[in-house]
Design a binder for this molecule. Structure first.
Ligand SMILES: N[C@@H](CCC(=O)N[C@@H](CS)C(=O)NCC(=O)O)C(=O)O
Length: 230
């Protein structure tokens, strides 16, 4: 398939980042619209006609529009010619392993973990308690949940490789996107293996390009520093 007319809406958070990283791995052309959540930009008539959820990211390629980050990431890796140094499995076993990582990240780390923290933490701690209500116990148990899930991942994180071998795959995009936000919320990752994996992964050029697209900075540290100045 050709990469004409790929468009992506959204930036500055870990979910659009997933799509940017996939697009960068596949070296595709795309047009990005740097709109943020809760800025009003996702609530215009035009945007809501495209994506009635009123959220970011939104992805469009020709006649298909996709309003879920994981689905858009998968669309990219399943519809364009696969670069040599990116792993898209053909075996049902490896496909299942990638699904296992993706669902774990989207449900356990994202929805039940960092997103609960984000919704119910105080604004001064980077949360949205002003909109969704302060819920210290929910935040506490969400943090514990993230911790527990990360410790459970430790066994399956390799010492020197990507999650499924010598090249990154969607499993890595998903896991790294969540580790990124775990770090943004200053949660300690109590696994040397996972911390070392993170440090290896952030050196990849395509990761850095995706960071530039979504956060305007090559590293998370620089993005955090930039925001502290504001
Ligand atoms: N499951 C969706 C979640 C999308 C989502 O919640 N996006 C956030 C920003 S990363 C958003 O737009 N929030 C605004 C809102 O909830 O109104 C995905 O993975 O794409």
């Amino acid at each position: 398939m050709d990469d004409n007319d790929i468009e992506i809406w959204g930036f500055k958070t870990f979910r659009p980042f997933r799509i940017y990283w996939a697009l960068e791995e596949f070296n595709l052309n795309y047009k990005s619209y740097k709109i943020g959540s809760r800025t009003g930009e996702t609530q215009t008539k035009e945007y809501l006609e495209m994506n009635p959820k009123g959220k970011i990211p939104f992805f469009r390629h020709k006649d298909i529009g996709i309003s879920e980050s994981v689905a858009a990431m998968n669309y990219v890796v399943n519809n364009f010619s696969v670069p040599k140094d990116f792993y898209v499995p053909t075996s049902s076993k490896d496909k299942a392993k990638i699904d296992e990582w993706s669902y774990m990240c989207a449900m356990e780390l994202d929805s039940l973990g960092v997103y609960i923290m984000r919704r119910h933490q105080l604004v001064k701690n980077g949360g949205l308690a002003n909109l969704y209500g302060e819920a210290p116990n929910a935040v506490k148990t969400a943090k514990e949940h993230v911790n527990r899930m990360l410790l459970a991942c430790d066994r399956d994180v390799p010492n020197n490789n990507w999650l499924l071998g010598n090249s990154p795959s969607c499993a890595d995009i998903m896991f790294m996107s969540c580790l990124q936000v775990v770090k943004l919320y200053k949660l300690e990752i109590k696994s040397d293996k996972i911390n070392n994996y993170f440090e290896r992964a952030v050196k990849r050029t395509q990761y850095i390009n995706a960071m530039m697209e979504s956060y305007g900075q090559p590293t998370l540290e620089k993005y955090i520093l930039e925001n502290q100045k504001k």
